[in-house]
Design a protein around this ligand. Structure first.
Ligand code: NAP
Length: 439
């Protein structure tokens, strides 16, 4: 059924539900209902409204365009006694002279965030953080034969999240979630994240970690360009840099298929910000770890194996390159920076790290020292873990994030991070799987 909204006559028999159906089919046009749910006007939202206000300089686009007076709810406040937030559709924001300065819809007032990669380390911590802030969190997961929500369970938040299946390579699945859940913020954390694997599977890594970012950007552009977008970029993009510390201005020299793919996603995020004026922010995060880090990653492999050795469950730790130096932080501190990036007035890129680098060998030594063990007795170098090209050292220069976001990189230093991870692994191996979040 095709409806020309300008010739539409609506009487009191039209219920909100009918109106809503028509609304969602007629792009960016909504009905204004008074507090008794009576129809009293039509308003265009988003692009059409902006175009009307700027090009025609109309004081009140609704009245001029539709020749109807909308009923305004003053101050843009939802007064729960008078209105039902599910049913009132448009809430104009008035200034002190009763002039309309903006419009809000209930979805602007609800804090809904879509987190892709909800089954991963950062997805779980970010969901925990957002739930605590009062958000409705929609978690995107891909259906696999052994789909696991273990990390969400370990943080005790599985029942507080709305789960939606999707795949980052499938544009329509992302658009479906946006249309169904109306998120105001989207955090794209999903990717093939293991650098070593990216050398074995360069094509699929390029697709999952790089190209798929376009699906998020396009889905937002096509459905609702006012949604704020966070892209999980990586310090691996700096590669074998000649700068002792890396900031937002350091030249990228990616040295793995993973890093090349991340750089594609990073530059695409920037491009949509500049080309379409969309709120697209990118966090260039240095390594961040936690008890929820995958066991294939070197830090967790160290803490888990050391805990096993302590409990007499293993006798050996097999590691590749001991000399690689990385700037390691605590994942929960880092997800806070993601949220901060989307609360700024303007979108931007930020380097997030502690500013200090340690070698893999130092990490091992500190871990074993914490358990009163001599690491040299248990360590075996295994060349099968060496990468075709490895990066010697990455160290962040997070000044911009400290100054602009108020982000604090000092909260969890390496010794404390190791304690958090080892204690949790000792618990885990003794069947206590719940993970405490250290603030
Ligand atoms: P992670 O634990 O490996 O999680 C990756 C997530 O991506 C998982 O939930 C995974 O789902 C999902 N995923 C992979 N392919 C998918 C697909 N085709 N469709 C839907 N979901 C898919 O990674 P993380 O440590 O949380 O990292 C989060 C993000 O930050 C990643 O983009 C990573 O590259 C980036 N990053 C991480 C670090 C770090 O130190 N942790 C540093 C810089 C940047 P499954 O459970 O189904 O596999």
């Amino acid at each position: 059924m095709k409806i020309d909204i300008r010739s539409l006559t609506v009487d009191e028999n039209v219920t909100f539900k009918d109106a809503f159906k028509i609304t969602s089919r007629t792009l960016r046009t909504a009905f204004v209902l008074d507090k008794n749910h009576r129809f009293c006007g039509i308003i265009t939202d988003g692009d059409i409204r902006r175009a009307l206000m700027t090009s025609a300089k109309m004081e009140d686009p609704i009245k001029n365009y539709y020749n109807r007076d909308p009923v305004f709810i003053k101050d843009g406040k939802l007064n729960k006694q008078d209105v039902n937030p599910e049913e009132v559709y448009i809430i104009p924001v008035l200034n002190t002279d009763d002039r309309v300065i903006d419009y809000k819809t209930p979805k602007d007032l609800r804090r809904v965030a879509f987190v892709s990669g909800i089954t991963g380390q950062d997805g779980a911590y970010l969901a925990y953080f957002l739930v605590k802030k009062g958000y409705t969190v929609v978690g995107g997961y891909r259906r696999t034969s052994n789909c696991s929500f273990e990390k969400l369970k370990r943080l005790n938040i599985l029942d507080k999240i709305r789960l939606e299946n999707f795949d980052i390579t499938d544009l329509s699945s992302i658009m479906r979630i946006i249309e169904k859940c109306e998120p105001r913020e989207i955090y794209n954390l999903a990717a093939q994240t293991f650098v070593q694997i990216s050398f074995d599977e360069p094509y699929s890594t390029s697709m999952y970690t790089g190209l798929s970012v376009i699906n998020f950007l396009e889905a937002i552009r096509l459905t609702d360009p006012s949604i704020k977008f966070y892209q999980a970029s990586s310090s691996e993009m700096f590669g074998n840099t000649d700068q002792p510390k890396q900031s937002e201005n350091t030249v990228f020299r990616p040295a793995s298929p993973y890093a090349v793919a991340k750089l594609f996603g990073h530059l695409s995020t920037k491009n949509y910000r500049n080309s379409y004026n969309m709120f697209c922010a990118s966090g260039i995060l240095f390594n961040h770890e936690s008890p929820l880090r995958g066991l294939e990653f070197v830090t967790r492999k160290i803490t888990y194996n050391a805990a096993q050795i302590k409990l007499g469950l293993s006798k050996e730790l097999r590691i590749g390159n001991l000399k690689a130096k990385r700037d390691w932080g605590y994942a929960y501190d880092y997800v806070k920076s993601m949220w901060l990036m989307l609360q700024q007035d303007e979108p931007d890129d930020y380097v997030i790290g502690t500013g200090r680098a340690y070698s893999v060998e130092q990490f091992i030594q500190k871990t074993f020292e914490y358990l009163n063990l001599d690491y040299k007795k248990y360590l075996t170098i295994d060349e099968t873990y060496f990468r075709p090209a490895d990066i010697e050292c990455l160290t962040s220069h997070p000044e911009k994030a400290i100054k602009k976001l108020g982000w604090n990189p000092d909260v969890t230093l390496l010794d404390k991070l190791i304690k958090i991870m080892v204690d949790a692994d000792l618990d885990y191996l003794q069947n206590k799987s719940e993970v405490k979040v250290e603030n």
